[in-house]
Design a protein around this ligand. Structure first.
Ligand SMILES: [Zn+2]
Length: 676
C-alpha cells in the first residue's frame, strides 16, 4: 500500500488536485477491463466458465486380475466429419473374463449420453442448451455375432432420463476364461463443449473424451458401472486400444498412446494409435494447434516425449509450460517413481471449450488464463496437477466416483510440493482488480497491454487455498463419504481435494517430507497399473516400519473427526506454573506444549488423548505464555486462537502466531468467499 500512503503526507489543500491525478491514473483500469472483457466475450458466447485449476478431474478403476493381465481389447475406427461435426464409429470390444466368477450380463458406460438432455444427472446440473446436447445413435450391435440391444438402467440414482449406463443380459453365464466379442456401429454428433467433450465455440478445436461405449469393471463377481455424475469422473479397467481416426489432413491430432501408422489419401488422412494397459482413450483435433515436442531424459533411462499442443495466442508461454512439465516429471521421478508412459500430450484448451484441467492416460488438458504472470503460478499449477494424475489415477487407478479423495488428495498434495520446490509461494491475492497502472514501476504485459502488480499482494502458502475451503466446510460430508453423494460442489471440492491434501500435510508435519513421500512412492510402486481402493493406501501406511500410524489413520482417514486443542489457563504459584490444557473435540493428535519464559522455551510432549490435563512445571525464570501445538503440526485444528495463553496481556509477543494466523485466515476466507 505504499502507493496509497504516499499521498497521505501531502498537504491537505492539494488533496483534491491529487485525488484527481490519482483518479486519472485509475481511469486506466477501465479500458483495460473493457479490453479484457472484449477478449473474453469474443471467444465466449454466453458460456459460464468452469475453469478452476483444481476443477473436477479424474478417472479410475478396480479389478482383481493378475498384475498386468489385460482382459479387454478395444478396436475403434472413427470417421470424423468436421463439416457436420459428426462421428461414424465402428467399435469392436474383445472381453475375456479373467476372474474366477461367472456373469450373466455385461455392463457399459455410455457417457456421451450424459449430454442427451437436461434431465440426465449431468444435465440437471449444467442445463445444456441444444448445441450442447448429443446422444450415441446405435446403428448396430452384436455380441458374438448375435444381434443385441442395450438395456439402459440406472444403478445409483433412479432417473429414467439418464442413459449413461446400459447392460446386455445373457441366458447362459459367461464363465471364467470365456471370451465375448461385441461389435457396435454408432453415430455421434459432436456437441459444443461444456465439460470435457465437444468442440469449442468459435474455434476449430475438438476434445474427444467419453466418446465410446466402454465396459464397466467386473470385480468380485459384480459389475461396477456408475452413471455419469456431475462432479466425479469415471472408473474403468485397464485395456489395450487400437484406434484409427480418419479425418481431413489439415487437422493436428493428439491422443492417448502412440501413433503407429499414418496414411494420407487426397485431402484426408488415417491415423492409427496404439495404447496398452490404459484405463481410457481420449484425443484432440484442431487445425489451429501450434505443437512442439521436447524429450525429457528420464533418470530411469528412457526418453519421455513431452508435446504441447497450444493455442496460437498462447505461444509466448511455451517455455514456461515446458519448464513446468519437466519440473514435475523430475520431481516425481525423484520422489515417487518412474514416469508411467513414454509420452505425454498437453492440450491447451481454448476458453470456449470449457474443459479446464483434466487428465487422461498420456493426454491432459489445461487452460491458459487470460493473465498469466508467473507469480500466480498458472497455468503451471494445472499442468503440474494433471501430470501428477498420470501416476495417481491413470497408473494407480482408483474409483473416482466413490473415492475421489484418493487420487485428488495425493495429487493436490504433490502439486503443492512441486510448486513450493520450484516456484515458491503463490500470490493468492492476485486478480484483475489488483492490477494498478503505475508509472515507472515494474511493468508486466498481456498482449502488449502494460499491467502492474498491486502493491497489496500478499504471499500465501499453498495450503492456504485448501485451508480456506476447509474452514468454509468442515462439517458437511467427509473424505470417506461416497464421492458422488456429497451434497454440493463445495463439499465435493473440500472432501475430494482440500481436506485429503491437508491430511497428507499433517502426516508430513509429523513424519517429515521425505518419509511422507516415501510412503506415497511405496503406494505407487506396489500398485502401478492396478485398480486400487483406499485400503491399498491405508495398507501402505499401516505396514510402514518406522512409525505406528494407527492413530493417524483412525483420527484423520477413517473418520471425519474435528480437532480443537486449547490452553484454558496458565496459573502461577511461586515458582510453580500450572498449564491447563483441553481437548475440545473428539479428534486426537499427539502434540507438544511450548512453555515460554523470558529467556527460553520448554517443550512438553503430550499424547493428546485426555479431554483435559494439567501440566505442572517449576521454573526460576518468569513464564509468560504457553501454547499447544506450537509447530502447527495439526493444521486441521479448527481454532488456533485458543491454542496459546499468556500470563499477562502485555506479553503479547507470544501471541503473535495466533494473531498472524487470524489475519491470514480472515484474508483467505475473504478471498475464497469472493471467488465462490
Ligand atoms: Zn485432479
Amino acid at each position: 500500500m505504499t502507493f496509497l500512503t504516499s499521498y497521505y503526507t501531502i498537504n491537505f489543500s492539494c488533496e483534491i488536485f491529487f485525488i484527481f491525478i490519482y483518479m486519472k491514473r485509475f481511469l486506466f483500469i477501465i479500458p483495460l477491463f473493457l479490453l479484457s472483457l472484449l477478449l473474453y466475450t469474443i471467444e465466449q458466447p454466453g458460456i459460464t466458465s468452469i475453469t478452476n485449476n483444481n476443477s473436477l478431474d479424474v478417472l479410475s478403476s478396480s479389478l482383481q486380475k493378475k498384475h498386468g493381465e489385460i482382459s479387454t481389447v478395444y478396436k475403434l475406427n472413427v470417421d470424423f466429419n468436421p463439416d457436420k461435426k459428426l462421428f461414424t464409429v465402428e467399435e469392436i470390444i474383445n472381453w475375456k473374463n479373467l476372474t474366477e466368477f461367472s456373469t450373466n450380463e455385461i455392463q457399459f458406460h455410455l457417457y456421451a449420453n450424459a449430454f442427451s438432455n437436461n434431465k440426465t444427472e449431468l444435465g440437471k446440473k449444467f442445463d445444456f442448451d441444444e448445441s450442447e446436447q448429443t446422444k450415441i445413435q446405435i446403428r448396430s450391435l452384436t455380441v458374438n455375432g448375435i444381434v443385441r440391444q442395450f438395456e439402459y438402467f440406472q444403478p445409483e440414482i433412479d432417473n429414467l432420463f439418464d442413459s449413461t449406463v446400459a447392460r446386455i443380459d445373457f441366458d447362459k453365464p459367461i464363465l471364467p476364461f470365456d471370451s465375448v466379442v461385441i461389435k457396435i456401429k454408432y453415430e455421434l454428433q459432436i456437441p459444443r463443449s461444456r465439460i470435457r467433450f465437444g468442440y469449442a465455440a468459435g474455434r476449430e478445436f475438438y476434445f474427444i473424451a467419453q466418446w465410446f461405449p466402454k465396459l464397466g469393471v467386473f470385480k468380485d463377481g459384480k459389475w461396477i458401472c456408475s452413471q455419469y455424475h456431475p462432479y466425479t469422473e469415471f472408473y474403468s479397467d485397464f485395456a489395450d486400444y487400437e484406434v484409427t481416426i480418419n479425418l481431413p489432413k489439415d487437422y493436428i491430432v493428439g491422443s492417448t498412446g502412440q501413433l503407429i501408422n499414418e496414411v494420407i489419401r487426397d485431402s484426408n488422412k488415417s491415423l492409427t494409435y496404439s495404447a496398452q494397459n490404459v484405463i481410457d482413450f481420449a484425443w484432440t483435433a484442431s487445425t489451429e494447434f501450434y505443437t512442439q515436442t521436447k524429450n525429457y531424459q528420464s533418470k530411469f533411462g528412457k526418453d519421455i516425449e513431452v508435446t504441447f499442443l497450444i493455442q496460437p495466442e498462447n505461444k509466448k508461454l511455451l517455455s514456461r509450460k515446458f519448464q513446468a512439465a519437466f519440473n514435475t516429471i523430475e520431481y516425481l521421478e525423484q520422489y515417487i517413481g518412474e514416469f508411467p508412459y513414454s509420452q505425454i500430450n498437453l492440450v491447451d484448451a481454448p476458453r470456449t471449450a470449457n474443459i479446464g484441467g483434466m487428465e487422461y492416460p498420456s493426454i491432459v488438458t489445461y487452460f491458459t488464463p487470460l493473465f498469466s504472470p508467473i507469480e500466480i503460478q498458472r497455468p503451471e499449477s494445472t499442468i503440474i496437477h494433471e501430470i501428477i494424475h498420470q501416476y495417481f489415477y491413470a497408473a494407480v487407478s482408483s474409483n473416482e466416483v466413490y473415492e475421489a479423495w484418493l487420487d485428488e488428495g495425493i495429487t493436490s498434495y504433490l502439486e503443492a510440493k512441486i510448486l513450493s520446490e520450484y516456484y515458491g509461494n503463490p500470490i493468492l491475492h492476485f486478480r484483475f482488480i489488483d492490477y494498478y497502472p503505475v508509472y515507472g514501476m515494474s511493468f508486466l504485459s498481456f498482449r502488449e497491454v502494460p499491467l502492474i502488480y498491486s502493491l497489496k499482494a500478499f504471499e500465501f502458502e499453498h495450503s492456504s487455498y485448501a485451508l480456506a475451503s476447509y474452514y468454509l466446510n468442515n462439517e458437511l460430508g467427509s473424505i470417506r463419504d461416497t464421492s458422488y453423494k456429497l451434497p454440493n460442489r463445495l463439499s465435493y471440492l473440500v472432501n475430494a481435494y482440500s481436506k485429503p491434501y491437508l491430511i497428507l500435510q499433517v502426516l508430513e508435519n509429523y513424519l517429515g517430507k521425505e518419509e511422507t513421500l516415501k510412503l506415497i512412492s511405496d503406494y505407487y510402486s506396489k500398485n502401478k497399473f492396478s485398480l486400487v481402493d483406499a485400503n491399498d493406501f491405508l495398507d501402505v501406511l499401516k505396514n510402514n516400519e518406522s512409525t505406528d500410524l494407527e492413530w493417524f489413520i483412525s483420527n484423520f482417514l477413517n473418520e471425519s473427526k474435528k480437532f480443537d486443542y486449547k490452553i484454558r489457563s496458565l496459573a502461577k504459584e511461586g515458582n510453580t506454573y500450572k498449564i491447563f490444557v483441553e481437548r475440545l473435540e473428539e479428534g486426537i493428535a499427539p502434540t507438544e506444549i511450548a512453555v515460554y519464559s523470558e529467556v527460553d522455551t520448554t517443550y512438553i510432549d503430550w499424547d493428546g488423548i485426555d479431554r483435559w490435563r494439567v501440566f505442572t512445571i517449576e521454573s526460576n525464570n518468569e513464564i509468560i505464555a504457553a501454547e499447544v501445538d506450537p509447530f502447527r503440526r495439526n493444521i486441521l485444528d479448527i481454532n488456533y486462537a485458543n491454542n496459546s495463553y499468556t500470563v499477562e496481556p502485555k506479553y503479547w509477543a507470544s501471541l503473535s502466531i495466533a494473531i498472524r494466523w487470524f489475519f491470514w485466515v480472515q484474508n483467505a476466507l475473504l478471498i475464497f468467499g469472493s471467488v465462490g
